[in-house]
Structures are given as C-alpha cells and as structure tokens.
Design a protein around this ligand. Structure first.
Ligand code: KG4
Ligand code: ZN
Length: 520
C-alpha cells in the first residue's frame, strides 16, 4: 500500500477534524481550516492520503520570504512510519519552488517526538516564546531551517525527499510486524474462508496483489438438497481445508515462514462451518507465532472492491447482497459502518435460490436464473416491488418469492405454459428495481460519489448494469468487483484483514466464531 501527498480539500475536513481532536488539547475548528483553505497563495496545505483514508496533514503560511508551519498532525495508527517527514518534505519543496528563504515553526518543548522529527528534517532551535501555548502556559520552542540558498539546506531537502518517498511507498503493517527480516516482497497474508459452502484460502501481497486464490466449492454436495446443509458444509470444510491452504501457499510460491500474518473469517455465517476455518487458523497461529486477524465476511465482500480498484475510497455507500445478507451500508471511512437498511426476511441470493428451486432449476439459483433472464422479457409478468415506496432502506423479498410460486402454480393449474425465461426475467426485474431505487436514494441522501456493490448477487450482470446507469445519472461512480471476487473467496478476506492488521487488530487463540456478526 502506498500513500501520497496531495493538496488539502474541503471534503477532507471531517477526517482532519477527527485527527486534530485526537492529537491536540486545543484542536483547530472547522471554521479555522475553512478560512485557511479560502486564503490566496499565502497558504499551502497538504494531506497524506492512502487507500485507508487520510493519515495526516500539514500547512504553511507564507509571509514575505519565510514559510511558517502552521499545523501538522499524523493519525495515531500511522505514527512512526515516516509520514511526518513526508509532509514536511512537501512543505520544504513548496518553499524552495517559491524561492522562500527558510521555514519556521513552534513546537511544545515537552513534545520530544515532534522536536526530534523537526531536527531530522533540518530544523534547529532559534529561541523560546514565553507562555506561547494558552492551554498549558507552556513556552513555544521556535525552530527554523537553514537558508535554502545554502548548499547544506539543498542537500538536506534532497535527503528528505528520498526518505519521504520511501515512507510513502512503505505505508503498511509496520506497527504490528517486527522489523528485521528484509525479504524482498511486501507483507504476505494467508487468509482462510469457511463461512458457508466454499472452502477458500488466499495469499495476498501488500493488501493488493493476489498471489493465489483457491476456492473449493461444495455446491455439488448441497445441490441434491436444494440448498446448503450445515452438517455437510462442516464435514466438507474439514475434508478440504488442509489441501486448499496448501494449494494456496504452493500457487503463491511461498512457505509459512514467509508470511506476515494469518487471517480467517470469524463471522457471520454457519457456526459449524466458521469454526472449521477458525480452528485451523488458530492451529497455524499457535504453530508459527504469526498474528491472527479475525475478519467480518461482509467487510470482506466490501473490500473485494478495493482489490479490483485501488482508488475506491470512502465516503461511499455499499450494497452487500449475498445468499445470507442484503444490506445498504454507509461507509464514511474504512472501518466505520452505518447500516442504513437490510432485508426484513429473505436475502437477495436466497430469493434467487428459492425461486430456482420452485422452478426445478437446482442450487444455487442465481447463476442459472440470471442466464435464463437474459433471454426473457422483464415486462412479461408484473410481480410486486415490495417496499419500493417505503420511507426507509429496508427490503422484503419473501413476498416476491411467494408471488412467483403462486403465479407458477395458478398458470399450471390453468394448463398454461410458462416460459421460464420470461418468469426469470420478470422476477429478476422486480428484485433489481427495488435494489436500484433504494441504492440511488441512499447514495443521494449520504451525499457520496462512490458506490460499491459486493456479495454473490453482485455477480448478476443485469443488477450491475441497472445500478451503473441509475447511479451515473446522479453523478455517482459504481465499483463492482470482477465475478471471481463477488462470490465467496479468501482474497477479499485477506484484503479486509490487511486493513485490520494495519490498525493493530488481531484476535487471540481463544477467539470464538460469531454466526450473527454485524458490520459496525
Ligand atoms: O456471497 P456468496 O457467494 O455467499 C454468501 O455469503 O452467501 O453469495 C451466494 C449467493 C447465492 O444465493 C447465489 O444464488 C447468489 O449469490 N448468486 C447470484 C448470482 N451468482 C450468485 N444471484 C443472482 N445472480 C447471479 N448471477
Ligand atoms: Zn459471501
């Protein structure tokens, strides 16, 4: 994962105020930042941005030929990564480009870490301002750089630029991973997923590059029962897991000793299925001493979007639609989830599966129904659009399933032929209409310009297209993972784990599975 320095924008302010509040006893207000951004060329504000959101910021006030560092902060989880140097380096570059003579700043004498950073960036002490800090009465230590015209200052700026580049490229798990072994590749995560009927393992490099993604599907064993049988799922996971994990390592060309961390889905899902992956992952963690990250399956479906497109970033709204879930979620920042609404009864994938079963098309229903639907007339039969006009973001799909089954029975009783293609297309259109309408409404209400689709039902081509078109009309960009990352897989679990590990969130060897785990 890499970070970058870019100019500050007003849309950054929500995150900046969070960081500000966590760093300073008398944080700047929103109004102060807005004022700063409204100034002319006498100000220069930058942020350190990353796929995980803003990590820090710094700003300069220019008076004649001197640049004064007004404010600088780095988010707690990102300290010690060298981002302070990167931010200062950007200010020094700007100062040089504008032909300024030097930079100055004030630091709290008690803030040894900040003073050490400024010293390493070429600042030295110039004097004290008595009682400068109103909150504590502390003196302000005035520091300044040498004259930028001097060759030493030019050399110092160049060194900083190099350190800055290394820091930005290396923004990854440094907090949780001990330094020392300097293998050539980045962080390697092995993730395991066994929440439902796929046994999956994946090795992911640097939170982005999929070195392997092995998925052993059990559908053949469940098909004859028309759905997932939990006992069979557990047994099949036990049979498959050793081979699947070995294959993931082999395809990736890495061994256990190369790994940075392990990850496993710990909920939501079938409890008997989850515990198989969890027990295996805990065993590996105990044997290797590697940190273990517990991942929420739904967060995994969301992070499939990041794997496909690194530029996907909150604030966003996500529609997560799978065999077990249908939720609209507002994501103001990675790791912050507000569920706007969810299904009151059947999940979207479940509706596809039940209708397919009624038509005698087998399990799972989504892929076969969507293929049929592509050749049918979506307007042939008018099925109900449950809760289309309800004033919330909830869904209800069991009525639609009943309507399809009832329609089918009455047509058969009347001796009329039902074209399964028209039936599939009409059913699918009823599902999509409601999902699209609520998605667009949620995106508008939350004021986002990015929308993510995730979960097995995201593989549905008609849903993807309808959402894309409707959101585009509102200026909202739709992100959808490629098909292989929509249905259950472990690469998406590794991607979410990368983010969690980066925040230092690991689980212990006594950790449990959470079949009803929500996104929060
Ligand atoms: O995310 P997933 O692989 O497993 C769960 O977490 O539940 O989702 C599986 C669900 C199944 O219900 C399946 O019928 C549905 O996703 N699905 C589809 C399509 N492909 C899979 N639904 C509609 N259209 C599809 N093309
Ligand atoms: Zn899933």
């Amino acid at each position: 994962m890499t970070a970058r320095i870019r100019p500050m924008r007003e849309s950054d302010l929500a995150r900046i105020l969070d960081i500000e509040a966590s760093c300073f006893p008398t944080p700047w207000t929103r109004g102060m930042f807005v004022d700063e951004l409204a100034q002319d060329a006498s100000r220069y504000w930058v942020v350190a941005d990353s796929p995980w959101g803003l990590l820090g910021y710094a700003g300069l006030m220019i008076v004649e030929d001197v640049g004064h560092v007004m404010n600088m902060a780095v988010r707690d989880e990102a300290r010690g990564l060298g981002l302070g140097t990167s931010l200062l380096s950007a200010l020094v570059d700007e100062a040089e480009a504008r032909g300024l003579r030097r930079l100055t700043l004030e630091a709290r004498p008690s803030n040894a870490a900040a003073i050490a950073l400024y010293r390493s960036a070429g600042f030295c002490e110039a004097g004290l301002r008595r009682g400068y800090y109103a909150d504590s009465g502390e003196d302000g230590l005035v520091m300044w750089t040498g004259d930028f015209a001097a060759p030493e200052a030019v050399a110092a700026a160049r060194r900083m630029r190099e350190r800055s580049r290394a820091a930005l490229e290396g923004v990854r798990l440094k907090r949780t991973v001990p330094d020392g072994d300097s293998t050539s590749h980045g962080d390697l995560l092995l993730a395991i997923e066994t929440s439902c009927d796929e046994t999956a393992a994946s090795v992911l490099c640097d939170g982005r590059e999929i070195l392997s993604s092995v998925v052993a599907s059990q559908v053949d064993f469940h098909r004859r029962f028309g759905g997932v049988v939990p006992e069979i799922a557990s047994r099949k996971h036990v049979e498959a897991i050793v081979g699947v994990v070995d294959e993931a390592l082999e395809v990736a060309g890495v061994g256990m000793s190369d790994l940075t961390a392990l990850a496993v889905t710990h909920g939501p899902g079938l409890v008997g299925a989850l515990v198989v992956g969890l027990a295996y992952a805990k065993g590996l963690a105990a044997a290797t001493g590697l940190p273990l990250v517990g991942v929420n399956h739904l967060e995994g479906h969301l992070f499939a979007n990041v794997l496909a497109d690194e530029t996907v970033e909150p604030p966003l709204v996500a529609l997560l639609v799978s065999g077990g879930h249908t939720s609209l979620v507002h994501v103001p920042a990675w790791g912050e989830y507000h569920t706007l609404g969810s299904t009151l009864d059947d999940a979207a994938g479940e509706a596809f599966d039940k209708v397919a079963k009624a038509l005698g098309l087998g399990y799972p229903g989504g892929p076969v129904l969507s293929k049929l639907a592509a050749e049918g007339d979506p307007g042939a039969i008018r099925f109900p659009r449950a809760m289309l006009h309800s004033n919330n973001y909830d869904f209800s799909l069991s009525g639609l399933k009943t309507a399809v089954v009832t329609y089918l029975a009455s047509e058969r009783r009347a001796g009329r032929e039902v074209d399964p293609r028209d039936l599939a297309a009409s059913f699918q259109a009823a599902v999509i209409d409601v999902q699209v309408a609520k998605s667009v409404r949620a995106a508008k209400a939350c004021g986002v310009t990015t929308f993510c689709l995730g979960g097995g039902v995201a593989a549905n081509a008609a849903l993807r297209e309808a959402l894309r078109v409707a959101l585009a009309e509102e200026g909202v960009r739709l992100s959808v993972p490629p098909l292989a990352l929509c249905t259950d897989n472990a690469a998406m679990i590794a991607a979410a784990a990368h983010f969690r590990l980066w925040r230092g969130e690991t689980i212990g060897l006594s950790a449990d599975a959470f079949p009803d785990l929500g996104l929060s």
